[in-house]
Write a protein of this length. Structure first.
Length: 122
């Protein structure tokens, strides 16, 4: 069992092996697998094509449902934002000559990313 914590929500995932009951099989992809000699028991499933196909597909593959796609998308966004900030901070460090320059740069970056960091901490 895995527990996923977000500030506003706690999700408990009870099953590692997802259940795909009720998901529609992608007929065209099944045809292609059969035509090109796939001897495996792979079953291609359809996901909602609403612009979030990637996250819907990952959610179905991991959990058997699209319900967790928004959480996966949010976690990816937070990871990207925080690592972008860290990259900008650390790439500017070698160019700073004094403690005063460092403090100015730190204040500039903090001001630039304050709203984004507040959003990520919610």
């Amino acid at each position: 069992m895995e527990t996923v914590h977000l500030r506003a929500t706690t999700l408990t995932l009870h099953s590692i092996a997802p259940s795909f009951d009720g998901k529609a099989c992608d007929a065209y992809a099944s045809h292609l697998l059969a035509e090109y000699g796939s001897e495996t028991d792979i079953v291609p499933l359809t996901v909602t094509s609403d612009g979030n196909c990637f996250f819907n597909a990952v959610s179905v593959a991991l959990f058997g449902t699209e319900d967790l796609a928004p959480h996966l998308r949010l976690r990816c966004a937070i990871y990207y934002i925080l690592h972008t900030i860290a990259t900008e901070i650390f790439s500017s460090l070698p160019h700073l000559k004094s403690e005063e320059e460092f403090q100015k740069e730190a204040d500039r970056l903090l001001q630039k990313y304050r709203s984004v960091m507040t959003l990520c901490m919610m």
